[in-house]
Design a protein around this ligand. Sequence first.
Ligand code: ADP
Ligand code: ZN
Length: 292
Amino acid sequence: METFGAIEAGGTKFVCGVGTGPGDLRTAVIPTTSPDETIARSLQFLTDSGADIRALGIGSFGPIDLTIGSPAWGHITSTPKAGWRNTDLAGRFGKALGVPVAFDTDVNAAAMAEVRWGAAKGLASCLYLTVGTGIGGGAVADHQLLHGMLHPEMGHIRIPRDASDAFEGNCPFHGDCLEGMASGPAIKARWGKNADELPANHPAWALEARYLALAVANFVFTLSPEKVILGGGVMHQMQLFPLIRAELRGILNGYVQTPQVLKAMESYVVPPALGDRAGILGALALAETLTP
Ligand code: ADP
Ligand code: ZN
């Protein structure tokens, strides 16, 4: 069986992996410092693994350039993260390892892993939304990862403000976009307490569920995914799932006449089956696409 390398490149940490799938994946976590140091330490893990790596997949924080033929393909582009602007991630890893590199967003990678091995296994479409420090989404449509002019930036959609909510929003670009209203830091800014310290019955969660359900409804209307997977730190609050499903049912209001929505909402909006490994396994799944 062919062995692949995988990198989940995040703003806080790089998760590096080697293997063929969920059964044999070996990983290491490396803190994100400077590009030189972080890339060198990641390469060290991959080469020390002794595996005969055939291809490398990278799921990265962004914004990144995914345009085939662009001189900046494989680069992290306009990130505000110090030192990482215009970093040629795919090129540097590919050159050092001498293998082909598949490169995509962290959330597209996670969507891919859930279709390959997880909650959306075997489906032609799914949406993966992460709700953490930021909000981001990846989508599989008709068996393909969704790309475009740049890549989707689903966290920055506009959603109607709740009548009860006076919080102005904290997205530096848009104020009260989805991320500005519903990310972990937005919850902290609104309620004055870390999201993971708010009790399960705090009013924060009903409001959070309403905002996330509005977002999911917009993605159901635009992408029509067969499965909606909600991950990220904030979604560790499992009480959000039934709240979101109930809100979503109300917002869709009988208009979307599919069995998933009408009869099986509990299995339609779900946590990632791969848990916190969706990202790294997604990078592995990306690498796998490079071999016939
Ligand atoms: P990142 O988005 O940085 O990759 P996470 O997905 O873990 O990492 O998101 C971090 C955010 O999620 C923080 O704002 C944190 O407060 C929030 N968070 C982490 N764990 C929980 C939890 N158990 N309940 C609610 N919020 C959480
Ligand atoms: Zn925004």
